[in-house]
Design a protein around this ligand. Structure first.
Ligand code: UTP
Length: 297
């Protein structure tokens, strides 16, 4: 039986170049899907999975994220003065207990593996979650909760969320080499970062939700740069699998839900439509909009 997962890392130190120009002065993780920034969806998902410590790995130009989760004295006072109780509730919901959120600075965006490694002293010696806010997942049960439950009961080592992708898309993902399948778990015997379709070991692609054993920090410590000149988390997981002193198992978890890649323009647009259609207050309006544009195209 694994110990409970209580800490989560939110790597938000990337440059977000695929979303220029907006990301020139505004963090990608603050892009909204309707009225909430991507990072809020990720934090809410983590809370629903029982996470108690929220660790953000930030970088230059990311202070909007810190302000977003902070107490805004002026706004609170103004809303109170105007009697805007509903709005007050919305912003107060974002607040966490003092000490529940920490921020670590990744001085240079050297890659996801490096970002995770930056948080090593705050994690210590316990399993932890990693959530990439640009992977937005719409599901009955929040994706991380599904994983935490599965991790508690069945697994050991590392667990990564996976979904099957078309063969021509493997070059955008970390991809598992499958050993055995016992759905929703896939035992991996290898993992490769961004393989070309003809070398991809499977079509099971890693999505931005991880539960990691702290042994990954030891591997990341000496991890060389990989694809794209970045220190890749995928490479550290691959090395962990074959470490002769203490090999670390790796499982893929086939989650229930639809994932939107909000690190791309198309993904963010799709997410906006899907999330609006799922909201009672916006569904009818969104259907009208879609019909209207279909008529005129
Ligand atoms: P991406 O691979 O999407 O990179 O990172 P990016 O820099 O954000 O975006 P593009 O490719 O330039 O458009 C996935 C997640 O990992 C974080 C990002 O902030 C994002 O949440 N990340 C990436 C870091 O925290 N540090 C890094 O060095 C790289």
């Amino acid at each position: 039986m694994q110990s409970a997962v209580k800490k989560a890392i939110f790597p938000v130190g990337g440059l977000g170049t695929r979303f220029l120009p907006v990301t020139k002065s505004s963090p990608k993780e603050m892009l909204p899907v309707i009225d909430k920034p991507l990072i809020q969806y990720a934090v809410e998902e983590a809370r629903a999975a029982g996470i108690e410590q929220f660790i953000f790995v930030t970088g230059r130009g990311k202070s909007a994220i810190e302000d977003f989760f902070d107490y805004s004295y002026e706004l609170n006072a103004e809303l109170q003065k105007r009697g805007k109780t509903k709005d007050l509730e919305i912003i107060n919901d974002l607040l966490m207990a003092p000490g529940q959120i920490s921020y670590i600075r990744q001085q240079e965006p050297l890659g996801l593996g490096h970002a995770v490694w930056c948080a090593r002293h705050l994690i210590g010696d316990e399993p932890f979650a990693v959530l990439l806010a640009d992977d937005l997942i719409q599901s009955q049960t929040p994706c991380l909760k599904q994983m935490v439950d599965a991790y508690k009961n069945k697994s050991s080592g590392h667990m990564v969320a996976v979904q099957e992708v078309p063969l021509e898309e493997t070059r955008h993902y970390g991809v598992l080499e499958i050993d055995t399948i016992s759905k929703p778990l896939l035992k991996a015997k290898g993992i490769v970062e961004k393989p070309e379709p003809h070398t991809a070991p499977s079509q099971m692609a890693v999505i931005g939700r991880y539960i990691l054993d702290p042994s990954v920090f030891g591997v990341l410590e000496s991890q060389a740069k990989g694809v794209g000149g970045e220190i890749q988390l995928t490479d550290a997981l691959a090395k962990g699998l074959t470490d002769c002193s203490s090999p670390m198992a790796l499982h893929g978890f086939l989650f229930e839900g639809t994932r939107f890649d909000c690190g791309t323009r198309q993904g963010l647009l799709r997410a906006t439509v899907a999330f609006a259609l799922a909201r009672e207050d916006l569904k009818d309006e969104m259907l009208l909009i879609l019909k209207d544009y279909q008529l005129h195209s």
